[in-house]
Design a protein around this ligand. Structure first.
Ligand code: FAD
Length: 362
């Protein structure tokens, strides 16, 4: 079994888009007249993936202070929701083999409640009880197997999956999680990047910064303009390309943008040749195998977009677009059709595709 360890996602493209002519449409501007503002740019690793922050006009204290800000934000999130660090709050709850109430912090309680709320909006396709399936399929902390799990193993793990498998109880100010079975395990990995992008963005806004971009792998928050005074552009990746390649440029227009894809984090069962994605359908217990390769969601918060995108990927392009139109959401999907990637989107997504000059200047 081979697993793709290259967990890069739109992040790589967001970086490329700030320097490549194809992304920035420099051809439409008089390059010699452009003034490029000073920026503080940092990048690093968090949550098993990459992050990048770009503050136009410069960050007080420079790169080291900006790195400290970002990494403090990420550390708080990792300490709360990581299932890869046994000392994180969620990992400790997962290891608590009991159906007795387990007290959790108000911050973790809020993340869980909000993620459950988003999951319910999309037919419980984002389901944080997928933990046992995530581990079984080799996308969690468990040692990876040599082949896909058996039907029996999947059926066994599925008994622990479902919104009814845990409860949040409140007593005064305190929150408690209660497992219906001691082996229930929650997995909040799907919202980690969105939470990270929001946390850094909100801190920058609080400090008065107006022009910046934050991205944590497939989740981004951008505000204002880039160093050339133009609205930020991002790229949705071509999910069929083995290396990061722009498929379609989009303007973020001060919103959060996240993309869930089935094409970067996967493993191939060498015996059968089957490729398994890390997006798992909680209803079947299997990784998604349909032709929808990615779903991009635009929202006010990266958390919300991130909580929706994996579930929508599970539902597939048709249901995603139907849900988006009904709920007035800017959404785009890429499917594999007739040997090539095909983009479809809701009508609410259209303004984000219009990165022409009329939309570009602030
Ligand atoms: P998304 O599509 O946003 O999420 C996919 C992930 O969500 C899956 O990997 C699975 O965990 C879960 N999931 C799958 N299906 C569903 C579903 N239907 N509903 C809900 N959830 C689902 N990885 C490492 O290798 N090493 C680390 O040290 C590490 N630390 C981490 C710390 C934190 C705090 C977090 C949040 C993640 C960490 N990861 C780590 C995980 C890794 O980076 C994940 O691959 C990443 O979080 C998944 O995000 P994504 O955007 O790639 O995919």
């Amino acid at each position: 079994m081979k697993r793709n360890h290259l967990i890069v996602s739109t992040a790589v493209f967001l970086l490329l888009c700030s320097s490549l002519s194809g992304c920035n449409d420099r051809s439409e501007a008089n390059v010699s007249e452009q003034r490029t503002a000073v920026s503080t740019k940092i990048q690093g690793k968090t949550m098993g993936t990459f992050y990048a922050v770009n503050v136009v006009g410069g960050y007080k204290g420079g790169e080291s202070a900006l790195t400290e800000l970002a990494e403090n934000c990420f550390k708080k999130i990792c300490d709360e929701i990581s299932t890869f660090d046994k000392n994180a709050e969620l990992a400790k709850f997962n290891d608590f083999k009991s159906t007795e109430p387990y007290e959790i912090s108000s911050d973790l309680s809020k993340i869980i409640q909000d993620t459950v709320y988003q999951g319910r909006r999309i037919d419980e396709a984002t389901d944080i009880t997928v933990g046992p399936l995530v581990n079984l399929w080799g996308f969690g902390i468990n040692k990876r197997n040599d082949s896909a799990p058996t039907e029996e193993q999947i059926a066994e793990a599925k008994k622990l999956v479902g919104f009814d498998k845990f409860e949040i109880r409140f007593e005064g100010e305190k929150s408690y999680l209660i497992k219906k079975d001691p082996d229930v395990r929650l997995d909040l990995s799907t919202v980690g990047e969105g939470l990270g992008a929001d946390a850094v963005a909100e801190e920058l806004i609080k400090q008065g910064y107006k022009d910046f971009m934050v991205n944590v792998a497939g989740a981004s928050r951008s505000y204002g303009v880039n160093a050339e005074g133009r609205k930020w552009k991002l790229g949705i990746e071509d999910p069929t390309s083995p290396t990061p390649k722009l498929f379609v440029p989009i303007c973020a227009l001060d919103k959060a943008v996240t993309t869930a894809g089935s094409y970067r984090n996967f493993f191939k069962d060498e015996k059968s040749g089957t490729v398994y994605s890390h997006a798992i359908d909680p209803k079947t217990g299997y990784p998604v195998s349909h032709k929808t390769l990615s779903v991009t969601v635009i929202s006010d918060s990266a958390f919300e977009a991130d909580a929706l995108d994996t579930g929508l990927l599970v539902l597939g392009a048709d249901k995603t677009l139907e849900w988006g139109e009904k709920n007035n959401y800017p959404l785009a999907t890429i499917e594999y059709k007739d040997g090539k990637p095909v983009l479809r989107h809701t009508k609410q997504f259209e303004p984000y595709l219009k990165c022409g000059s009329e939309n570009k200047e602030k």
